[in-house]
Design a protein around this ligand. Structure first.
Ligand SMILES: [Zn+2]
Length: 237
C-alpha cells in the first residue's frame, strides 16, 4: 500500500481566521515528526504564504519534501471565471517555482471544477488532488484533460477522531491512500471562535494522533511517498 501524507499550507483554518500560528508553531512540529518517522510528504502551499514565509518553504524543501501548489490566495476557484483562475494559477506557479519544480496541485477548499483542469496542464502541472472521497465516495484516480486526478482518501478531521473510530475508517482505505492535514491542526485552537471541525482536538492531541496514524500504516507495511512519485501510468492514458 502506498500512503501520501499531504499538508495544505495556508493561514489558520481559512476563511475563519487570518492568523498564521500554524506556519510559525505547527510547521516546525510537523517537520520534526516527519523527520523522526523518516518519511516524505507533499506540502501544498498557497503562493501568498510562500511570499510571507519563505524560510518555512525553504526548510520543507531542504528536508526532502515535495512542494505543491494550493493556489495563489486561499479563495474558491469554483466561483471564479476561467480567466481569473488562469491568472491565480499562473501567479501561484511563478512564485512557488522559485522554491521547487512544482507539478502537483490542490485547490483551496477542495473545490476545482473539471473545466479548469486544462489550465493546470497549460501551466505545467501534472497531478491534481482537489477531489475527495468523503465528498464523492465513487471517485477514483484517473487521467482527465492531461492531468492525473488523485483524490484525497478522507477528510482531515477523521485523523483527529478517537482511535477506535479512526482506525476502523483507516482500515477501509484503499491504495493509493492520500491523507491530508494542516499545520494549524498542531496548534491548540480549541478555545478559539472557529467552526467545530477547525478546533476539534487540535494541538497536542492532533499531533499525537498523526504519529499514531503513521505507525498504523507502517505496521501494515505501507510505503510513504511524495505525490510526484506516484506512477500515474497505471491509471490509463
Ligand atoms: Zn486549504
Amino acid at each position: 500500500m502506498r500512503v501520501f501524507i499531504t499538508v495544505d499550507v495556508e493561514e489558520d483554518c481559512p476563511p475563519f481566521a487570518k492568523t498564521c500560528r500554524g506556519i510559525n508553531e505547527g510547521m516546525p512540529k510537523l517537520l520534526g515528526l516527519l523527520k523522526e518517522a523518516n518519511i516524505p510528504a507533499t506540502f501544498f502551499a498557497t503562493a501568498e504564504i510562500a511570499g510571507k514565509y519563505p524560510d518555512a518553504i525553504d526548510r520543507l524543501v531542504a528536508s526532502g519534501h515535495e512542494l505543491g501548489c494550493h493556489g495563489n490566495r486561499h479563495i474558491r476557484l469554483d466561483r471564479a471565471d476561467s480567466e481569473a483562475v488562469r491568472h491565480e494559477i499562473a501567479e501561484a506557479a511563478k512564485t512557488l517555482r522559485r522554491f521547487y519544480k512544482v507539478t502537483s496541485f490542490r485547490a483551496p477548499y477542495l473545490q476545482f471544477p473539471r473545466r479548469h483542469l486544462k489550465i493546470l496542464a497549460d501551466n505545467g502541472f501534472r497531478l491534481d488532488s482537489s477531489e475527495a472521497k468523503h465528498k464523492n465516495p465513487l471517485v477514483r484516480p484517473s487521467l482527465r484533460d492531461g492531468i492525473f486526478c488523485v483524490p484525497a482518501s478522507t477528510t482531515s478531521i477523521v485523523l483527529r477522531m478517537p482511535s477506535l473510530i479512526r482506525n476502523s475508517i483507516l482500515s477501509c482505505l484503499r491504495d493509493p491512500v492520500v491523507l491530508f492535514v494542516h499545520p494549524w491542526e498542531y496548534v491548540n485552537l480549541q478555545k478559539e471562535h472557529l467552526r467545530f471541525d477547525c478546533k476539534f482536538r487540535t494541538g497536542d492531541i492532533a499531533f499525537d494522533v498523526l504519529r499514531e496514524t503513521i505507525c498504523f500504516f507502517k505496521d501494515r507495511g505501507a510505503v510513504f511517498l511524495r505525490m510526484e512519485e506516484l506512477d500515474c501510468r497505471e491509471f490509463g492514458r
